[in-house]
Design a protein around this ligand. Sequence first.
Ligand SMILES: Cc1cc2nc3c(=O)[nH]c(=O)nc-3n(C[C@H](O)[C@H](O)[C@H](O)COP(=O)(O)OP(=O)(O)OC[C@H]3O[C@@H](n4cnc5c(N)ncnc54)[C@H](O)[C@@H]3O)c2cc1C
Length: 278
Amino acid sequence: MATKRSALIVYAHQSPNSFNAAARDVAVDVLQGQGCQVTVSDLYAMGFKPAATAQDIIGELQNPDHFRYNEEAMVAWQEGRLSEDISAEQRKVEEANLIIFQFPMYWFSMPAILKGWVDRVLTQGFAFTLPKMYNNGAFKDKKAILSFTTGASEPMFLPDGINGDMNVTLWPIQYGVLNFCGFQVLPPQIFWAPARSPPSVREAMLEVWRTRLGALWEETPLSFIKTDLFDLSLQTGFRLRPEVKEELQADAYGITTGHHLGKPLPPNNQMRPPPPAI
Ligand SMILES: Cc1cc2nc3c(=O)[nH]c(=O)nc-3n(C[C@H](O)[C@H](O)[C@H](O)COP(=O)(O)OP(=O)(O)OC[C@H]3O[C@@H](n4cnc5c(N)ncnc54)[C@H](O)[C@@H]3O)c2cc1C
């Protein structure tokens, strides 16, 4: 018998009447309708503690004179001494085949309470180690997607819009957090400016999300550079191997938004997967 799929929705909005709550409810509805087990972490309702502090470690610290979060959290994770709120979220991550992060954009990023979830739950050892990162990452069999609302309209986030290219805005979270931990990152679901849209447009946005969720599991993830293209040593600084650079020299575009190699950014690299090779 096939095992039941499981999804975790990490949801960060204060109001049950918000558009974000409506987007969350659509996801719960569609995924449950598919027979998927759905868990929601409602961070504000849970009073989730956002700050990574020594209180997250149960028992004695390795180095009480100089607290280092990564090192202390890794040992505590190995010994089952992370605080219960972190362990509970880590169990949810372990069980999930898909994580949906549902949030309003704050300061070109995520709300502090959600960033705190990232800081405290995706701890060293559990979510990454030096050998287990990017495409060798701990969660390479799991999918993740950012589903978020903006205050700004879509043209404001175009490469010539006042906020600059949304692909650049997405890079730190999609590559630096999600792909770093190995997740297959699905193209983001962006609800542009719901608060400035008429009700019919807002309803249409939720319908687009509903339809997309119907086939989300089959979607092609975004494409990121593979770690074996780099010299993985501290001496060489984890740089792209010279022969790889040479091979890519003639390409018109950079490899990804971050690995642009001084060339034009591959258009919409953080918004959709590359077209299939012919
Ligand atoms: C600290 C901070 C920083 C910010 N930084 C940025 C930034 O960097 N860039 C940026 O673009 N924006 C930014 N914003 C704006 C923010 O992203 C938006 O206010 C937010 O995304 C709007 O989403 P919401 O869910 O809160 O909307 P809401 O105001 O909750 O909802 C919008 C409308 O949808 C309606 N609605 C609710 N449910 C439904 C439903 N089922 N069907 C149809 N309509 C429904 C609501 O009644 C409301 O009229 C920032 C805001 C804050 C507070």
